[in-house]
Ligand binder design. Structure first.
Ligand SMILES: [Zn+2]
Length: 725
């Protein structure tokens, strides 16, 4: 019947012949499956898909494609197709042969990743499988045009990679087991088996084919469900689960083979990791704009180092064509991604006017991915795709990169594919950006303003303020001195010394830890560790605020007053978010952790206190959570932790010994307040390691501290009365 015929795309005119390695008849690929390939998916769809992979592809010429499309349209009067061009899907079961050589090693870059996505697309009726139970007559949604991957040629790969790199990956196809294990152990997060070279070539060739179809106009747009991923692969080095840089090679091939149609390419990389390899490939190339949104965390998130930092804008003629959007913390969600898309990605992309958009689509920022630790939902990815589709006349190709939660990547890729097909993106639960996202966004705009007129710095801090000469009067230092004076006047509080190396001296540490005069003799001690207070201000014009229009929101001081009034000893510790006068990187979290341990070891632990309660405010709260795992003896006298995380990344308590009861203890003895829109509320199950979570009514920590004051001080008093362990 003509209407059940699949639209199958022609192979590349000059594409090398595939080395046929059809799966065995049960679809299990068992002849080459090792480790993770021995999976439990031998029934159902995989068989259908394997059969069609093995035998369902026929080469048609352009006339035949038109004929098929025409016939399909005739038999589907209800079809919503508004263009005869289809959305393409590159999928090739043979890419699953690349697996770890060690039996039982469950590597996150799991061969099942691509199958889970394929299955989700099939189950949603987007793939015309021969055995599809859904009647063609009833189908109203457009379906995908499948095409297979081909192997990248050496000449194509070497547009990005060195010959030595190609030769090394090639050599793994003949390597004995022992040597493969050695390279796997010694490499930078990569593994090899004898099929890795073949799969790497297919993955890379798949990206090229997807781009070719879109550029030639045989497809409207496409998604390439490919592995191994590519964006970490450097020109001379495989790393981060990546062998060949699929997207970078595809980009170079398009620029070379279609010089009239493809003059400029935008690569948008939303994988949670920085695509260091892609950045390297185009760092001095003015025709390729690389924009990456990734976790950076002061260079500690993979790949470690500063390549993903905000100041890396390209060099030479490529200067200004590299945009890094580095998250300073984890737990970023839809609101954060949409925020930077609307403020940075889309304005810059529109100004650049690409001819082709390629998405390095890792789904490891998806909610549920434990490696990424973020919360992007399928509708979040769908909205980003919808925005990108407005560029380059809709010429967009989505290529899979990372993403390690099998269900999360399947749902995310499905949502993206539906938008490619023409469906509207789903409803977003949250569009509220975190403070961290707003800060990152401002930093990026500051660096990119030089290159893009849409990145106006009018409302941002002028460059002058960033210079060291202004460090002497940063307000957070001024305010700490004011706080210290107020606490001395009101409660006779004085500074407790904190010894630190000479090179770490900073004005921002002045009066860092204060205590009430008799804290050593008090039976009950309250440790308050906090970020600097917030300031609310109305800017008077583009650069300045009038001091009479600015307000200090020091709601934390009420807690000091409360503790003193109750007769408890108080230690108040301030955690600056920036060190004036020091240019080296400063990690607030690490500092808060070290400070908590220092105060415990040198002051609280040596005092007469029988009961201790800890109040943590902002990022500094992470220090208190850390202390519970780092100093097991704390639990003998700490009877309560009251932590206001606001909208910052939650820290989990880490038991020094697994199963020592710390997680349970922390959950029972803490109240952990997160802002109303914190991404943690999107989790299906709240984990005990994050403590006794409470949803605050407001976003802002200062409001939270004020609103919850009566309730939480009552709780603290109960905790103080309760017997300690
Ligand atoms: Zn990744």
């Amino acid at each position: 019947m003509p209407y059940s015929m699949d639209t199958v795309l022609p192979d590349a005119p000059n594409a090398p012949t595939n080395t046929e390695r059809p799966p065995t008849s049960d679809g299990s690929n068992s002849h080459s499956a090792r480790g993770n390939n021995k999976l439990t998916e031998r029934s159902g769809n995989v068989n259908q898909q394997s059969r069609s992979d093995a035998g369902g592809y026929v080469s048609l010429n352009a006339g035949q494609i038109k004929e098929v499309t025409k016939k399909k349209t005739q038999y589907k009067p209800n079809s919503l197709l508004y263009t005869s061009k289809k959305t393409g899907l590159c999928y090739d079961v043979r890419m699953r042969y690349h697996a770890t050589v060690d039996e039982g090693d469950m590597h996150p870059e799991d061969p099942r990743r691509i199958y889970f996505i394929y299955k989700a697309l099939a189950e949603d009726g987007l793939i015309d499988d021969e055995d599809d139970v859904m009647s063609e007559q009833l189908r109203v949604q457009p379906v995908l045009a499948k095409f297979r991957a081909r192997e990248v040629t050496k000449a194509e790969a070497c547009l990005v990679h060195s010959e030595a790199h190609w030769k090394f990956i090639e050599s793994t196809s003949r390597m004995p087991l022992r040597e493969l294990q050695d390279h796997t152990r010694d490499g930078d997060s990569v593994y090899f088996n004898n099929e890795s070279f073949f799969c790497g070539k297919l993955s890379c060739g798949g990206a090229i084919e997807a781009c070719r179809h879109v550029v030639e106009g045989t497809l409207k747009n496409a998604i390439a469900v490919i592995r191994p991923p590519g964006h970490h692969a450097e020109p001379c080095n495989a790393m981060g689960f990546c062998l060949f840089n699929n997207v970078a090679v595809a980009t170079k091939v398009m620029l070379k083979n279609y010089p009239e149609k493809v003059k400029k390419v935008l690569i948008l990389d939303w994988d949670v990791h920085h695509g260091n390899g892609t950045q390297s490939a185009f760092y001095n190339n003015p025709d390729v704009l690389y924009i990456s949104i990734h976790r950076y965390s002061n260079g500690t998130f993979y790949p470690p180092g500063t390549a993903g930092n905000v100041d890396k804008c390209g060099e030479g003629v490529g200067e200004g064509k590299n945009v890094n959007i580095p998250w300073s913390v984890g737990a970023m969600g839809d609101g954060d991604y949409i925020y930077v898309f609307q403020r940075i990605v889309m304005p810059i992309a529109m100004e650049f006017q690409p001819d082709l958009v390629i998405v390095s689509a890792g789904f490891d920022a998806a909610a549920g991915d434990s490696i990424g630790g973020c919360y992007v939902t399928p509708p979040g990815y769908a909205h980003m795709t919808a925005m990108l589709k407005t560029l380059a006349n809709g010429n967009i190709v989505v290529c899979l990169e990372g993403g390690y939660n099998l269900l999360a990547i399947a749902h995310s890729a499905l949502a993206v594919t539906k938008v490619l097909l023409g469906e509207p993106p789903g409803i977003l639960k949250s569009t509220f950006p975190s403070n961290a996202a707003v800060e990152t966004c401002q930093q990026v705009m500051l660096y990119q303003a030089k290159y893009w007129s849409s990145m106006s710095i009018k409302t941002l801090l002028p460059e002058l303020v960033r210079s060291k000469t202004m460090d002497q009067s940063r307000l957070h230092d001024v305010i700490r001195i004011y706080q210290s004076k107020t606490l001395a006047d009101k409660h006779n509080m004085f500074e407790l010394a904190v010894m630190r190396a000479k090179e770490r001296q900073s004005k921002s540490f002045v009066d860092q830890v204060l205590s009430s005069p008799d804290y050593q003799e008090k039976e009950t001690l309250v440790l308050i560790i906090h970020d600097p207070p917030q300031v609310s201000a109305q800017p008077s014009d583009d650069r300045f605020i009038n001091l009479h229009d600015a307000f200090l929101l020091d709601s934390g001081s009420a807690y000091v007053d409360w503790a003193i009034a109750k007769g408890y000893g108080v230690i108040d510790a301030n955690v600056p978010q920036f060190l004036s006068g020091l240019s080296e990187p400063f990690d607030v979290q690490t500092h808060a952790q070290q400070l908590c341990c220092y105060i415990w070891d040198n002051y609280i632990g040596l005092s007469d206190a029988k009961k201790v309660v800890i109040i943590g405010i902002g990022k500094a709260a992470g220090g208190a959570t850390y202390l519970m795992g780092a100093r097991a003896e704390c639990r003998n006298i700490v009877t309560g932790l009251l932590l206001f995380y606001g909208d910052v990344d939650l820290r989990a308590v880490v038991p020094p010994v697994q199963g020592d009861g710390l997680v349970e203890w922390y959950w029972e003895n803490s109240q952990v307040y997160c802002s109303r829109d914190h991404n943690v509320w999107q989790q299906k199950k709240l984990r005990k390691k994050y403590g006794g979570l409470k949803q605050a009514k407001s976003h802002c920590i200062a409001d939270m501290l004020r609103e919850e004051f009566d309730r939480v001080t009552e709780w603290l008093e109960e905790r103080i009365k309760s017997p300690s362990l």
